[in-house]
Design a protein around this ligand. Structure first.
Ligand SMILES: *Cc1c(COP(=O)(O)O)cnc(C)c1O
Length: 349
């Protein structure tokens, strides 16, 4: 079965070798206070910086999930009020989680249009979902930049769970970025990656929240020793290190992802009448997750036939459950696998 599910998804083929190495080298049993773990953290940090072009001063943390990052932003960085700009299920969930902890204002926008950035007076943090996995939309660097320009003193936190590692993110346009490894990083599920700017750390000091094991202040205190505030997923940190060492730069990965996306877009825009991209506006389409819309009976048939043919497709999400399915366009998928799925899709156009 080839997984085109937009997370957990296909892992990079080399991961099985890294896992075998981890067992042989004893990485799977090491203590997270040991010199060996500290060295793995330090090396992963250096490789991440190099391959993903992280700016100097931005810091990297390992946490358990993207969901945990929603809470870290609320607890460690918000102080009193966050505003949540979203058009789909993940952005909405983030808002709901935050609303249990702080004052969180929702600002929904239409999925066929980019949000219109304004100045959010009184907000401590602006929360954006760069890639909305539920409906296949994304925020462009241009839109992110406008939020930044109009809100120079406000922290900006970005959920990039299904794009980090697949596209070249404009790090400077936000203060907090996070993802989990089971999407574009092509690794087994079970770890989150959190990136913070110097301004985010400064804010964490002002807020001064130390009530939680995952308070950003603790994460940073431990990071300075290349450690974590709790026993981390050591194996996955190691897999990330190995995978980054072998990976191309993010610019190169992005070129491949965009080219593959274009082929899919041409296919659904020009070759197919029954199946079309849910998002018509080309400027807001995600490069890494495609949501395909059709009549519910066609969608049901595509999914069941796909599973017989050895493809796992993503289910429609939330309000799009019945009339959409999703296709991951993550870098770990092989070109030959995508070609096979496209061949298969010809049966339904
Ligand atoms: C998958 C996903 C999440 C949740 O990730 P977890 O690792 O399950 O916490 C959050 N936001 C977006 C946009 C996602 O795609």
């Amino acid at each position: 079965m080839i997984s085109f599910y937009p997370g957990p998804s296909r892992i990079y083929p080399k991961v099985s070798r890294y896992m075998a190495d981890a067992c042989r080298e004893g990485v799977v049993s090491i203590n997270h206070r040991s010199a060996m773990f500290m060295d793995i953290y330090r090396q992963t940090d250096a490789l991440f910086r190099q391959k993903l072009k992280l700016p100097d001063g931005y810091t990297l943390y390992f946490v358990s999930s993207a969901t945990e990052c929603w809470e870290i932003v609320a607890q460690s960085l918000t102080g009193s009020k966050s505003v949540h700009i979203f058009n789909g299920a993940f952005g909405q969930k983030w808002h709901r989680y935050a609303a249990r902890l702080v004052q969180a204002l929702p600002a929904e926008f239409d999925l066929q249009q980019a949000p219109v950035p304004v100045t959010y007076a009184g907000a401590d943090v602006i929360c954006l979902t760069q890639n909305e996995t539920s409906n296949g939309t994304q925020l462009t660097p241009g839109v992110l930049k406008k939020f930044r320009t109009l809100n120079p003193a406000t922290l900006i936190a970005v959920d990039a769970t299904s794009s980090m590692g697949g596209i070249d993110l404009p790090w400077q346009q936000a203060d907090v970025w996070f993802a989990s490894v089971q999407k574009c990083f092509g690794l087994p599920a079970g770890m989150g990656i959190l990136v913070c700017s110097p301004a985010a750390l400064h804010r964490a000091e002002t807020v001064g929240n130390t009530n939680h094991y995952n308070s950003l202040l603790y994460l940073e205190e431990m990071r300075q020793k290349w450690q974590t505030s709790y026993t981390p997923n050591v194996l996955t940190v190691y897999l990330l290190m190995r995978s980054l060492a072998d990976s191309k730069t993010i610019e190169q990965i992005q070129v491949a992802v965009k080219n593959r996306f274009k082929k899919w877009a041409v296919f659904f825009d020009t070759k197919s009448t029954q199946l079309n991209l849910l998002v018509q506006n080309k400027t807001v389409r995600s490069f890494t997750v495609l949501a395909i819309k059709g009549q519910p009976d066609v969608v049901t048939k595509v999914k069941s036939e796909a599973s017989k043919a050895g493809f796992l497709l993503g289910e429609g999400y939330g309000i799009w459950k019945e009339n959409t399915f999703r296709i991951a366009n993550f870098p770990a998928l092989k070109r030959s696998e995508i070609a096979k799925l496209m061949d298969f899709m010809y049966r339904f156009i």
